[in-house]
Ligand binder design. Structure first.
Ligand code: CO
Length: 168
């Protein structure tokens, strides 16, 4: 197990689209362990995506189960090749990112989505989710497409906020 180095904006590797995972082997499982350890080593991140540690593969983790203020969620999600198949509604909300440690921003996302993804055994799962979990999943999938929340701000002046302390 290892904590991996997190890449920060404006590193070009964060702008690159990631590749589909085709090999579901032990090295994938090992990487998932490292990615999770890296997420947990940071300050209270609900999600992380492989490109944030310089690995251009369609892999992301979202876990809202440890939030101080509990929200509806589907547990600890290890998502390989995740895809959103339906979007509904729109909602503005505040986001942060381990790769953009000094800022948070207001971003408009779909309020409700249908998500499908593979687990580390290559089995597909699909479900509907909404609210904060839907937002976190959309944020992580953006990483796989080379996008950051900074790319989705309507206005840098109105919607970008400096963090004083990146709190747990
Ligand atoms: Co992020």
């Amino acid at each position: 197990m290892a904590v991996l180095e997190i890449i920060h904006y404006p590193d070009d590797r964060l702008k690159q689209a990631s590749d589909t995972v085709t090999l579901f082997d032990q090295s994938l499982k090992d990487f998932l362990v490292d990615l999770e350890e890296t997420r947990l080593s940071g300050p209270g991140a609900v999600g992380i995506a492989a490109p944030q540690v310089g690995v251009a593969k369609r892999i992301a983790i979202v876990d809202l189960t440890e939030l101080k203020k509990p929200v509806d969620n589907h547990g600890h999600l290890l998502m390989i090749n995740p895809e959103i198949t339906q979007w509904q509604g729109m909602e503005k909300g505040r986001e942060g990112c381990l790769s953009v440690p000094d800022f948070t921003g207001n971003v408009i996302r779909a309020e409700k989505i249908t998500i499908r993804f593979q687990n580390s055994e290559a089995q597909w799962a699909e479900f509907e989710t909404r609210g904060y979990e839907a937002r976190a999943i959309q944020h992580e999938i953006d990483h796989l497409d080379g996008m950051l929340f900074l790319d989705r701000l309507v206005s840098r002046r109105a919607d970008l906020f400096q963090r004083k302390v990146y709190k747990k």
